[in-house]
Design a protein around this ligand. Structure first.
Ligand SMILES: Nc1nc2[nH]cnc2c(=O)[nH]1
Ligand SMILES: [Zn+2]
Length: 452
């Protein structure tokens, strides 16, 4: 399309039909008969009434034939945000769910992760996990890789090449009593983290950034935690780790760090809780700890599949929301067996309903609230909501084009359904067959390019 005379920006895509997204005020806003334009920088240029399409075409310089008219059973929603996923554990997802956390790490996780020293092994799995998550609608992923710097850089390169927005973490750990070859010295871990950050930033990938990644308190010495807190602070970087996932883990943290008020206090005192920190799980955080999250702006990645699959616990999301702590959803592959955030949505509802069964005073989350957690909530939890998360003019267009009744898909048409019903059906019954197209920053990334 030609740039219009009135503006230097040109329009790359125009969609007309139904849009569903969340805002701070509304967990679900359905916009029918709207027209949305995406500019050549991948940003949302306008979102207006469908009646204005002629005047918009004159203003922005696109032709009527450029408008993509959605079918009645199609809609566009924001891309899904996975706030916590171990790319390196994808190879054994769907297996090894018979042990609790600490034994699970020693028996399955550390031996597999140690293999990522081999770049061809790493490249093979990392290609597959990025493609699988993109196909399932994950436009933003916050990844743990392994301790290996070059393999972690390769994950960044693959996310960039396939067009996924990603935070990528080289895992840091200088304590490991069970699989002793899978750890670094304190100096190595800090030095390699610096190299990882520098080399990833030097690539100037537009949508892939480094995230400082102490594995968790039990894998890191106090000296390493302090170094990582300093590195994050000096470079204004994101931070991710795990917290209060499992009762045995919480007990061991208490024994090893008796001088700290709580698990949260250990991270706080090592400068690891900031408004760019995301902590996975948090099943056993006290109200006082949630208050610290609120004060620091740190967020929680809720990983319900993992919490149930390795019998860790049930996070009370309602209580987290009542404390005004930022929260998004995570798959936590491979503690969680599914790479899909649609699955995380369903497990979040199941967990919430389980808590209501246990205590009817626990107010069940609504599907609209969980939709927000999976989209805008995730972007807020990763402090990326200035760029993505919903359809606000000026944000990047990260979106899914959903066809609820895709041929050979999992749902049948039984009548004309309103858009809210179509969305609810997709969230509960849909899968990648319904995700016809995926866009990240205005670029169509699914279906994959022939070269992918
Ligand atoms: N679920 C999960 N919890 C952890 N805590 C420390 N490492 C891990 C991990 O790899 N997975
Ligand atoms: Zn995890």
């Amino acid at each position: 399309m030609e740039p219009s005379n009135e503006t230097t920006v040109s329009i790359a895509h125009v969609f007309k039909g139904t849009f569903a997204h969340s805002t701070q005020d509304a967990a679900l806003e359905i916009l029918e008969n709207r027209v949305l334009g995406v500019d050549n920088n991948g940003k949302i240029a306008f979102l207006e009434s469908g009646k204005d399409v002629v005047s918009l075409s004159e203003k922005w310089g696109f032709k009527a034939s450029d408008v993509r008219q959605l079918e009645p059973h199609e809609f566009i929603m924001p891309g899904l945000v996975d706030t916590h996923i171990h790319a390196s554990q994808y190879s054994y997802s769907g297996t090894a769910l018979d042990l609790p956390l600490l034994q699970w790490l020693n028996t399955y996780t550390f031996p597999v992760e140690s293999q990522y020293k081999d770049l061809s092994f790493a490249g093979n799995v990392y290609n597959k996990v990025v493609k699988r998550t993109l196909r399932n609608g994950t436009t933003t992923a916050c990844y743990f890789a392994t301790i290996h710097t070059d393999a972690s850089l390769l994950l960044g390169e693959i996310a960039d090449r396939l067009g996924q927005r990603a935070l990528v973490g080289k895992v840091c750990m200088d304590c490991n009593n069970s699989v002793s070859h899978y750890k670094e010295t304190t100096e190595e871990s800090s030095e390699e983290t610096r190299r990882f950050i520098q080399e990833l930033l030097n690539k100037k990938y537009p949508h892939v950034r480094p995230i400082v990644t102490p594995r968790f308190v039990l894998s890191c010495s106090s000296a390493l935690l302090r170094d990582l807190g300093d590195i994050a602070k000096n470079n204004d970087l994101h931070i991710q780790s795990h917290i209060s996932e499992n009762k045995e883990e919480c007990e061991v943290v208490k024994q090893l760090f008796p001088e700290f008020k709580s698990y949260t206090d250990v991270y706080l005192k090592h400068n690891l809780l900031t408004n760019k920190t995301v902590m996975a799980h948090g099943c056993y955080l006290s109200d006082a700890e949630l208050q610290v999250f609120r004060e620091t702006g740190a967020s929680i990645a809720h990983c319900p599949n993992s919490n149930i699959s390795i019998c860790s616990g049930l996070l009370n999301v309602r209580n987290v929301l009542n404390h005004k702590v930022k929260i998004g959803l995570g798959t936590d592959v491979a503690g969680g067996y599914s790479p899909s955030i649609l699955d995380a949505i369903r497990r979040t509802m199941d967990t919430s309903k389980t808590l209501t069964i246990q205590n009817p005073r626990n107010q069940t989350l609504t599907f609209e609230e969980v939709f927000r957690l999976a989209t805008l909530g995730g972007s807020q939890a990763l402090s990326l909501d200035a760029e993505t998360g919903n359809f606000v003019v000026g944000k990047d267009f990260d979106a899914l084009l959903v066809n609820v009744f895709a041929p050979d898909g999992p749902m049948d048409i039984c009548g004309l359904e309103p858009p809210k019903v179509l969305l609810e059906k997709f969230l509960n019954l849909g899968d990648d067959r319904n995700i016809k197209e995926v866009y990240v920053a205005g670029k169509r990334v699914v279906p994959f390019a022939d070269s992918a």
